[in-house]
Write a protein that binds this ligand. Structure first.
Ligand SMILES: Nc1nc2c(c(=O)[nH]1)N[C@H]1C(S)=C(S)[C@@H](COP(=O)(O)OP(=O)(O)OC[C@H]3O[C@@H](n4cnc5c(=O)[nH]c(N)nc54)[C@H](O)[C@@H]3O)O[C@H]1N2
Ligand SMILES: Nc1nc2c(c(=O)[nH]1)N[C@H]1C(S)=C(S)[C@@H](COP(=O)(O)OP(=O)(O)OC[C@H]3O[C@@H](n4cnc5c(=O)[nH]c(N)nc54)[C@H](O)[C@@H]3O)O[C@H]1N2
Ligand code: SF4
Ligand SMILES: [Mo]
Length: 729
């Protein structure tokens, strides 16, 4: 890529740390065991600072990590990392890291600990687990897991009898989107999103704040699209970084997006601007769909959304004029209002009208890579049903675990008691709605194990804390990715763990031994496991260790390349009308329902991302902390003036349930609607052991005390809280 596009990427990212050397990296001299003192070893591995999983190259000199940059062979990074990836070096050196296993000595949540050996910690966990099994059955232990290191915990615990496991990446993130698309096209969206932004002529972003959401290769493609002068349409109550690149910005009233989407669909149909061939060939229930949305006029949507009808019409005609090379981005974190599956289905249907499925510049059909399994054991049959999904007859379309369903059962003891939580790499105190509910659930537990790298708020509640290595210090399962090409990537240690931390796979294996099921991890170490998988697949292990990535041969991903379209829905077609939803008593075509307005004197609280941080996991990282030590509350300039609040003044936020936040600085700006305030999620840490981040900024998670749950698949809302601004005394 030219240095010009690279500069555009950086200017879009609006951040400084991305400025690592890149572009001209050569593959010579990688991972040479015989490096002389002072010489630099370059070791590939993939990043876990977020879940885009970019391939990077670690630079190590005399056993010390000093640089992490992109791996040019890797499709997620294309040789460049985002600011957080570059800052991964700081995760290794973070002075606040957990250093050894800890056991609680005082009351739960009081954060008094004693350091213990690995043997003592794991023996205690196994003994408590077996006691729960004897008293309640193995289903009464649940696993919360997020991130790549989870793989072998899930394997060991499932072998032992665990059936309830869930990650916040589903019900608190992309779940509703994937179910909305699954119901419509017969396939979810997946990660990375198969959006052909590289070739698109028109990109519609509904919320998706690319450039602040720093999913790396996607932002690179966005920068290229902007450079090519592709049309960008942004729907966001806030003038986001992406909005600053847009031809049309629609500053909708939060929570009204579905009205806009339905009106857009209706207009495309009424004006005959939709793809009639695509609909005729692949559509199911189109006439009923047209009838269901006929009253969703532009005038009506303009009133709901508080944007001008002219803008709505102009944006619709713009997207239609570029079809099929138009993308209405499916979004990533879509858990906004508790009815998000239907909004996502609306987005899926709008894309269908544009006929962009499997088309160049639209939504391509991602291809994978086939890598041989190691051949691990099967899991035992279970006596009870799961707590969520069709089996439990709640959230019938949930196709992954629901975190809050586990939490609800832990509180109520129904349909059966949950007595043990194993929490791997997720800070439930911030990520789940209603901290109070989480604490209530924790009070009912006989065992709470947290496997972490940092003394997070969640770790603060643990009985036992197991310190994991960072991703830079361990092997993990092989990554097999879907994209324009399938690919596989290796995670391998580039530096030693600085203290007594142990890699996730090792902890899982030792726990399996203590539980008497050591046979389920039938390899000496993970290197042996990985080597078997790679060599069984016909690839060279030595080559993968030095290159980091295996690319699958290219297969057609678009109709232009010869792809035949197939849809895995019951009708085998794109379901404009969903018989599946109707059969379960839900709307077969999405219907708009109005959300409550902010009470007088309050504002709707919405959240998002900052380019230099990931959730609540990077605030103490010395490199990233410097980029942004605390978050701010965005308040419209006129609102601030009316309230007599100055720019950069500290306030507290008080929500409708009386939850009072830590102090947070006001950013008075015209870049947000007057009825809305905005803040980056993940700040306001309340665990004192996170010294550099302790009480810096406010926690959006803590203010998310009131939430709604999507009845279709269990996603919980985040944008259903209202706050007032409390001036400091
Ligand atoms: N209010 C609000 N809530 C949200 C969101 C929001 O925008 N606002 N976003 C939602 C979304 S989209 C998501 S995906 C979720 C994210 O939710 P989480 O995945 O829970 O995110 P984090 O807060 O980063 O918590 C991850 C924890 O894992 C630890 N960790 C990091 N790396 C490792 C590792 O290698 N090993 C181990 N063992 N631990 C590690 C970190 O120290 C951190 O405490 O949150 C959701 N919740
Ligand atoms: N730097 C960085 N990048 C990340 C992450 C990170 O932690 N840090 N996390 C990654 C993860 S796991 C995820 S899920 C993604 C999330 O990133 P995205 O999926 O892109 O975005 P969201 O968090 O859903 O939405 C945030 C945007 O939606 C706008 N918004 C809020 N309410 C509404 C509304 O009612 N209507 C509309 N139209 N817009 C609204 C906000 O103003 C904001 O601009 O980011 C990923 N990328
Ligand atoms: S997008 Fe950034 S933080 Fe996420 S994996 Fe890639 S380099 Fe790492
Ligand atoms: Mo997410």
């Amino acid at each position: 890529m030219s240095s010009f596009t690279r500069r555009r990427f950086l200017s879009i990212s609006a951040a400084t740390l991305g400025a690592s050397a890149a572009g001209t990296w050569s593959t010579a001299g990688l991972l040479d065991a015989s490096t002389a003192p002072g010489e630099v070893k370059q070791i590939p591995t993939f990043c876990e600072m977020c879940f885009w999983r970019c391939g990077g190259i670690a630079h190590v000199r005399d056993g010390k990590l000093w640089k992490f940059e992109g791996n040019p062979r890797d499709p997620q990074s294309n040789g460049r990392l985002c600011p957080r990836g570059t800052g991964a070096v700081g995760a290794h050196y973070d002075p606040d890291r957990l250093r050894q296993p800890l056991m609680r000595v005082g009351e739960r949540g009081k954060e008094q600990w004693k350091a213990v050996s690995w043997d003592e910690a794991l023996a205690f966990v196994a003994e408590r687990m077996n006691k729960i099994k004897a008293e309640h059955g193995p289903e009464s232990v649940a696993l919360f897991n997020h991130g790549f290191g989870q793989r072998f915990f899930q394997h060991v615990l499932k072998t032992w009898g665990v059936i309830n496991y869930a990650g916040s990446s589903y019900a608190q993130c992309r779940g509703a989107r994937d179910v909305g698309f699954l119901l419509t096209y017969g396939a979810g969206v997946g990660s990375p999103e198969p959006t052909d932004i590289k070739n698109t002529d028109c990109l519609v972003l509904i919320g998706s704040h690319l450039g602040e959401n720093m999913h790396n290769s996607q932002v690179q493609e966005f920068a290229q699209a902007v450079e090519r002068r592709a049309s960008v349409i942004v729907v966001d109550p806030r003038f986001s970084v992406a909005a600053s690149k847009a031809k049309y910005w629609l500053p909708v009233k939060p929570g009204t997006d579905l009205a806009l989407i339905l009106a857009w669909c209706n207009l495309l149909v009424q004006e005959g601007r939709y793809d009639k061939d695509f609909v005729a060939k692949h559509g199911h229930g189109f006439d009923k769909f047209v009838d269901a949305i006929k009253d969703n006029t532009v005038k009506w949507a303009a009133e709901q959304c508080d944007v001008s009808p002219e803008l709505i019409v102009a944006a619709a005609r713009e997207m239609a004029s570029h079809r099929p090379a138009t993308i209405v981005h499916p979004g990533r974190r879509v858990n906004w209002y508790g009815d998000d599956t239907q909004r996502s289905r609306g987005i899926a249907l709008l894309n269908a009208l544009l006929g962009n499925y499997g088309r160049k510049g639209g939504l391509f059909v991602a291809q994978g890579i086939s890598m041989a399994p190691y051949g691990l054991n099967k899991y035992p049959e279970h006596a009870r049903h799961r707590l969520d999904g069709a089996e439990a007859d709640i959230y019938p379309f949930a196709d992954e675990g629901i975190t809050t369903a586990i939490r609800d059962a832990t509180v109520s003891g129904k349909p059966y008691p949950i007595k043990g939580w194993f929490v791997y790499s997720t800070n439930l105190m911030q990520a789940l709605p209603s901290e109070a509910e989480t604490i209530k659930a924790i009070q009912n537990l006989d065992l709470l194990v947290v496997c972490e790298t940092m003394p997070s708020e969640m770790a603060g509640w643990a009985d036992v804390i197991l310190p994991d290595t960072t991703f830079l210090e361990r092997h993990d399962e092989l990554l097999t990715g879907f994209g324009r090409n399938g690919w596989a990537a290796l995670r391998q240690p580039v530096v030693a763990a600085p203290h007594e931390q142990k890699p996730a796979w090792w902890i899982a294996k030792e726990l399996a031994n203590k539980l008497g099921i050591g046979d389920c991890m039938p390899f000496k170490d993970l290197e042996e496991y990985l080597k078997v998988r790679v060599e069984k697949s016909g690839h060279s292990w030595e080559k993968l260790k030095t290159e980091g990535v295996i690319m699958a041969p290219h297969k057609p991903i678009t109709v232009e390349e010869g792809l035949e379209l197939e849809f895995g829905t019951p009708s085998g077609k794109v379901e404009f009308w969903s018989d599946q939803l109707a059969a379960k008593g839900f709307d077969a075509v999405p219907k708009y329902t109005k959300h409550p307005e902010a009470p007088p004197g309050s504002f709707r609280l919405i959240t998002g991302r900052a380019p230099g941080h990931t959730f609540s996991r990077t605030q103490t990282n010395p490199l990233l902390h410097d980029l942004m030590p605390e978050n701010e509350i965005w308040v419209n300039t006129a609102t601030a003036a009316r309230l007599g609040i100055r720019n950069r003044e500290y306030v507290q936020l008080k929500n409708q349930d009386g939850v009072l936040s830590n102090r947070v600085r006001v950013k008075a700006t015209q870049r947000i609607r007057e009825d809305t305030v905005y803040m980056v999620y993940g700040f306001g840490h309340s665990n004192k052991l996170m010294k550099t981040a302790y009480l810096k900024g406010a926690s959006a998670g803590q203010l998310n005390s009131s939430y709604r749950t999507d009845p279709i698949m269990g996603a919980t809302s985040i944008h259903t809280n209202f706050v007032s601004l409390v001036k400091e005394a």
